[in-house]
Design a protein. Structure first.
Length: 414
């Protein structure tokens, strides 16, 4: 089925419930809203595809030079208020997914209990709050870019947690504080090694603290989880982990000693209930006429095939009536070894290196209420030996090379 037809069907499915809800919203029980982005993204790299997160199977580059799905999405949200203390939020999103469709899914679905003016509890599917813009990460209209910097935002395909959280607000003089403690689990399907894999998060516990003073907002987060990657290829009989665990290899001349035998490395690299920690700090200073914002993130925990990394970006922009030009500088470095004398181990760790840097500039034009048109150009440099933010790498692909991205996006809310 053509992609255009599939996407049109998904959009229709998402908005079909709108009119029925609108009648009740007049009574104050329901609020219906939505958001979306229609984007065209072109990549100069012809031997690999650019993606914005690892749940996407392809994008602009090798598969198609210009792609309309990698940055496009549609979301609808229902806010339900049962009483002064009880409310609920349901948010559905349609975007390019692991199976190359736009099948809608629930990004949020939770109940909220307002225990005190400054204390609330939520239970259900809640946002994964690791980032400065976690609560509205998918709402392009609420952000300055055509996409959040991939150096920070691409790595983790988890955007929601199934569990519960506690949120509080307080103030000290002119400083307003808010915080969150969250616990739960999550799972997401991703395309990997030509098969459908699943990344599962269990025993997730996280906490964040936000301080606002004057025109500035400052945020810190720390989270820890146990991660498992179920991959039919990597867990199958011909995977590189099987080779690393086999003391002998079958050859035409019979069993021979396996020169790649390294069972300890197989156990280390396999992602099975491994401890993963994630920490970030971010800020946004916005006096009105201009703004500057940035984030720094780091992944640690058990050493495995995900590798450890550190990433950061900074964005600045200036508002001229309805026009907002902006500039972003971003960087991601791999903190784990990316080579190994064992050829099988080397194949695993070298392909997991996504270090890169980028410089991007763009302009946002708020030409109508609830509508914003953006144009953005990015120059990306993959680190030496790194695949960067690219997948579907072809034989002619060269690691460590540079490429350019050009994007036009229409963001809207309703």
């Amino acid at each position: 089925m053509p992609k255009t037809v599939r996407m049109t069907g998904m959009l229709a499915a998402l908005i079909a419930a709108g009119p029925a809800m609108a009648q009740d919203s007049a009574q104050g029980l329901f609020k219906f809203s939505g958001f979306g982005t229609l984007a065209a993204t072109h990549s100069s790299e012809k031997n690999a595809d650019f993606i914005t997160n690892y749940a996407q199977p392809n994008g602009p580059g090798y598969t198609r030079s210009t792609d309309f799905g990698v940055d496009s999405r549609l979301g609808i949200q229902f806010d339900l208020k049962f009483s002064e203390r009880f409310s609920a939020v349901v948010q559905g999103v349609s975007e390019h997914r692991y199976d190359n469709t736009y099948t809608p899914y629930l990004n949020m679905a939770h109940l909220k209990f307002q225990a005190l003016p400054g204390l609330s509890f939520r239970a259900g599917r809640i946002p994964y709050s690791a980032y400065l813009i976690s609560d509205y990460q998918k709402v392009g209209y609420a952000t300055p870019w055509v996409r959040p910097p991939v150096e920070v935002y691409q790595f983790n395909p988890i955007t929601s947690i199934d569990g519960g959280d506690l949120n509080w607000q307080a103030s000290a003089g002119e400083v307003a504080f808010s915080g969150q403690v969250v616990a739960g689990s999550a799972s997401v399907k991703i395309p990997q090694n030509g098969v459908e894999a699943k990344f599962k998060v269990n025993d997730f516990v996280g906490a964040s603290l936000v301080a606002s003073y004057g025109h500035g907002t400052y945020r810190a987060f720390f989270g820890q989880m146990k991660g498992t990657l179920d991959n039919p290829y990597l867990d199958g009989p011909t995977s590189p982990f099987v080779i690393l665990r086999s003391p002998t290899l079958l050859t035409p001349f019979g069993p021979m000693p396996n020169p790649y035998y390294a069972p300890a490395m197989a156990d280390q690299l396999a992602i099975k209930k491994d401890r993963i920690s994630y920490e970030s700090v971010g800020f946004n200073y916005d006096p009105g006429a201009w703004f500057v914002m940035g984030e720094w993130t780091r992944k640690r925990g058990d050493e495995n095939a995900l590798l450890h990394f550190t990433a950061a970006y900074i964005t600045g922009g200036y508002r001229l009536d309805n026009w907002t030009p902006y500039l972003t500088v971003a960087w991601k470095g791999t903190d784990s070894p990316t080579s190994n004398p064992n050829a099988v181990v080397n194949a695993i760790v070298s392909t997991a290196d996504h270090a890169q840097s980028s410089v991007g500039g763009g302009v946002r034009w708020d030409f109508h209420a609830n509508l914003a048109l953006k144009a953005q150009f990015d120059h990306v440099k993959n680190a030496t030996g790194s695949f960067g933010a690219l997948v579907n790498n072809q034989p002619a692909f060269q690691t460590g090379a540079s490429y350019n991205l050009a994007t036009i996006a229409l963001d809207f809310v309703f």
